[in-house]
Ligand binder design. Structure first.
Ligand code: ATP
Ligand code: MG
Length: 395
């Protein structure tokens, strides 16, 4: 009834949002990298100039007028790029723009500077300053703090934004789920409540008729009794889903047998329903019987629909997983579910039937996962061959 298109629309919207986010993220990174490249180039120029200044100073006449100018305007102008000047053996002669604690011993200071030189070496090749009298100095340098920060900034920013979006998404979907829960529970409670009154009166009438000699040996009374029983079961289901259901250790094989009893009487005799078990018959599992029966009924009804009135359904209690959990596999020989739809079938509103509401499996999963702390999923399915649903329970 409800078009299943809403789900494909929703996933397309999600895809679109992800693409937009990726484009924005990518653009931020690319743009900052551009800035980094430009700044890096500028720092390179600054260092080149610094090296030229040093060379000039080394080669100039001592009393040259330009010396002061070069010292102040070129050498001192570098206030951001950390540099270390060394001799040919890499002994530190001078350094600049490095934060070296003042109150440390000469030895430690030297070690510290030597480590800086090693670090700088990995970033940039040193600049050689050759002097007239045939000796050389090396200028080691590394990226300024600003440049380093700028390099990592977009990643930090994007990580923060991603974390925030994730939190927002979870908060939002949590509140949406809570809202859905209230609708399910409220509607179920109200239905159970409204059914209650006429049902108890019907029951009284049935007891009255059964006892009345006028209707002795009337098959109608028996039929009426069955319908009243069925109504009672339905009311119990709604009332259980509208409250915190009580789970009890129940002989699981018998519960399964009982659950399909109702269906067996209603499907054509071309559909065979078999129950098998790997467990001893008295094995128990923690279930709420009215809700659990509802689940089995929903899954089996779907199986009957999928087989179009001819085939076999096998319900098998098996051991599953490492913990030897108890699982119920429900296998049919119906039309199968394509791989891409095997998760989607559990969404409320997803149906391929003319008269379906798409609620059967949504409800079944809800009952198993929320009320029984178990799991329900499509174990395997092949189009044209059949489907197996697996239901895992706590023991
Ligand atoms: N055993 C199965 N084999 C093949 N397809 C299945 C099977 N079980 C479910 N489906 C598919 O999953 C869809 C959703 O099932 P679900 O029980 O949630 O809703 P529905 O049966 O369509 O409607 P209703 O609310 O009446 O149960 C079905 O319409 C069908 O396409
Ligand atoms: Mg169904």
């Amino acid at each position: 009834m409800i078009p299943t298109k809403i789900y494909s629309k929703k996933s397309r919207l999600k895809l679109l949002i992800i693409i937009v986010a990726l484009v924005i993220g990518g653009a931020t990174v690319v743009y900052t990298n551009l800035l980094v490249a430009k700044l890096s180039e500028r720092e390179q120029q600054l260092i080149d100039l610094y090296a030229k200044g040093l060379r000039y100073m080394g080669n100039a006449e001592i009393d040259s007028d330009n010396l002061v100018f070069v010292q102040e305007e070129i050498i001192d102008a570098n206030r951001s790029v950390p540099v270390i000047l060394t001799d040919e053996q890499e002994n530190v002669l001078a350094y600049k723009n490095l934060t070296i604690p003042e109150k440390i011993s000469e030895k430690r200071k030297k070690a510290l500077l030597q480590r800086e030189v090693a670090k700088m070496k990995t970033q940039h090749k040193p600049i050689v300053v050759a002097y007239q009298d045939d000796f050389r100095n090396y200028i080691f340098y590394k990226d300024s703090e600003l440049l380093t920060q700028l390099r990592y900034y977009p990643y930090v920013q994007l990580t923060v934004i991603a974390c925030l979006s994730l939190i927002a998404y979870y908060a939002f979907s949590y509140s949406r789920k809570a809202e859905q829960n209230r609708v399910w529970v409220g509607l179920a409670k109200e239905t159970a409540h409204q059914l209650g009154t006429p049902l108890s009166s019907l029951m009284a009438w049935y007891e009255y008729l059964k006892a009345s000699p006028r209707f002795e040996n009337e098959p109608i009374v028996e039929e009426l009794g069955k319908d009243v029983k069925r109504l009672e079961i339905i009311t119990e289901r709604f009332s259980n889903i509208g409250s915190v259901p009580v789970l009890k250790d129940e002989p699981i094989l018998r519960v399964v047998e009982n659950a399909i009893g109702y269906l067996r009487n209603r499907v054509s005799n071309k559909v065979s329903i078999v129950v098998e078990s790997d467990f001893p018959p008295e094995t128990t599992a923690k279930v709420n019987v009215p809700l659990f029966e509802w689940v089995i009924e929903n899954i089996c009804k779907n199986a009957v629909d999928a087989m179009e009135g001819k085939g076999s359904i096998t319900l098998r209690l098996v051991r599953a997983g490492a913990k030897d959990a108890l699982a119920l596999d429900i296998q049919d020989t119906g039309k199968g579910i394509p791989k891409t739809k095997q998760e989607e079938v559990f969404l409320p509103g997803y149906t391929t039937k003319k008269r379906g509401w798409g609620l059967g499996l949504a409800l079944a999963r809800r009952i198993i996962e929320n009320y029984h702390q178990g799991r329900l999923f499509v174990k395997s399915s092949e189009v044209g061959k059949g489907t197996t649903f697996r239901l895992i329970l706590n023991r």
